[in-house]
Design a protein around this ligand. Structure first.
Ligand SMILES: CC(C)(COP(=O)(O)OP(=O)(O)OC[C@H]1O[C@@H](n2cnc3c(N)ncnc32)[C@H](O)[C@@H]1OP(=O)(O)O)[C@@H](O)C(=O)NCCC(=O)NCCS
Length: 397
């Protein structure tokens, strides 16, 4: 019997959860399925059905993503990509994701992006790595914020309640516009996130919220009393600071929490100023650095025309045979199809990787994903595409 690719009906939500859960090794409870339901729009999902059974799923969330220079564009955040073990490696996921891409294109969203469960999957679907994620630990007993950077008393307070959560939503909106790759938060999704954060998660406590006028930090605690030698683990799960003052003040508050042996997080970009504020910067350790956001540009004119560039230049990029002239500078850019001689030649995946400004063209050339007409052209491309602020996304989807 042939496999049917189609949109799931609203009534099939629990079947979609069960199929996806089987592929990811998650057994959703009825309550968990009900909690997630409000922020999953079945019209953005596609499934593969074999003899009445859902065997593959994929969908997308509607986000706004920030591009270099601060312009935001709509984006399809691809998610719930799964195929049952009984049906893997028959090209089913490819068909389902292509159907999701067609939906994203129809909605006029100029790019698709995702977090990958494994680093080997998505180049097959023409996605390139546009940002990285850094895992860190800090030993707060070996460091603190240097005296000259500590905030005045009472600039940070613990927060609870609706007014505080509204303030955090406003701060997030300001914060995410300052960093390429970061996304808007959907209120329906945030409501479910908030409900989840009010509960313990595994060994971790419910969330604690620290609020500053221009930032906030959210963390959970794993208690480790160690028979009278307490050394709890703090997991910082979200951090947004719009000003350098808020950044230092929030870190001072986090580093001042008592009984902590280790602060873990994945919210500190590689170019974060925190090391400069610490008394002993080696107390901050990078424990992992992975690919995070993979991007598939759907509309090159819109995407590369919406971002800014570090230098003023014009480069022609051949992308699987289609040539794009990208012209721009610090104030913006344009991207249009041309027939002229290309300066760079690459595939759709690695062209997409250039969008957020975190990928160095010369690294792509050295990694055999791109060729450059001359060394001089490559040098110009290295100055043109990357941004001074590394792209980063701490929002998982
Ligand atoms: C990853 C997963 C969705 C793949 O589904 P699938 O239906 O077997 O994938 P397809 O057969 O359509 O594969 C499409 C292409 O991707 C490649 N591919 C798929 N999964 C891969 C993997 N884990 N590693 C490397 N390549 C992979 C295939 O080889 C194929 O390449 P080709 O067409 O260029 O030859 C499935 O294995 C799964 O559900 N895994 C567990 C959940 C998960 O990790 N989902 C991804 C979430 S981001």
């Amino acid at each position: 019997m042939s496999i049917e690719i189609r949109r799931p009906t609203d009534d099939e939500w629990e079947d979609v959860c069960r199929a996806d859960g089987r592929a990811f090794g998650v057994a959703y409870t009825t309550e968990e399925m009900a909690e997630r339901r409000p922020f999953h729009d079945m019209t953005r999902f596609r499934i593969a059905v074999d003899d009445g059974e859902i065997v593959s799923t994929a969908g997308s969330y509607p986000f706004d993503v920030t591009l270099p220079g601060g312009t935001c564009v709509p984006m399809g955040g691809v998610t719930w990509v799964s195929t049952l073990a009984t049906h893997r490696r028959r090209g089913i996921m490819r068909q389902v994701v292509e159907a999701v891409h067609a939906d994203i294109d129809e909605r006029g969203e100029p790019l698709a992006s995702l977090w990958a469960s494994e680093g080997s999957i998505y180049e097959h679907l023409q996605y390139g790595v546009a940002a990285q994620i850094r895992m860190t630990t800090i030993d707060p007993r070996r460091t603190g914020i240097r005296a000259e950077f500590r905030p005045a008393p009472n600039t940070v307070r613990y927060a609870e309640g609706e007014a505080a959560f509204d303030a955090m939503a406003d701060i997030w909106e300001r914060f995410r516009r300052g960093r390429a790759g970061e996304i808007s938060h959907d209120p329906a999704h945030e409501e479910a996130v908030l409900a989840r954060r009010q509960r313990p998660e595994g060994a971790l406590s419910a969330a604690f919220y620290l609020l500053h006028d221009d930032g906030y930090a959210i963390y959970r605690i794993e208690a480790k009393w160690n028979a009278g030698h307490p050394a709890h683990t703090m997991q910082v799960i979200e951090f947004a600071a719009v000003t350098t003052e808020a950044h230092a003040a929030l870190w001072h508050a986090l580093l001042s929490v008592d009984l902590i042996g280790e602060i873990r997080s994945s919210i500190i970009p590689l170019d974060d100023p925190l090391p400069f504020l610490l008394e002993n910067q080696r107390a901050l350790r990078t424990t992992d650095l992975n690919d995070s956001i993979w991007v598939n540009v759907r509309d090159a004119s819109i995407c590369f025309g919406a971002r800014s560039y570090r230098t003023s230049d014009r480069l022609v990029v051949d992308v699987d045979g289609t040539r794009w002239a990208i012209e721009g500078g610090p104030d913006g850019g344009s991207c249009r199809r041309v027939r002229t001689r290309p300066d760079l030649v690459t595939s759709h995946a690695w062209f997409s990787a250039l969008l957020y400004g975190g990928t160095l063209p010369s690294a792509l050339v050295a990694g055999r994903r791109m060729t450059a007409r001359t060394d001089e052209v490559l040098h110009r491309a290295d100055l043109f595409f990357p941004t001074s602020l590394a792209p980063y996304c701490q929002s998982h989807y």
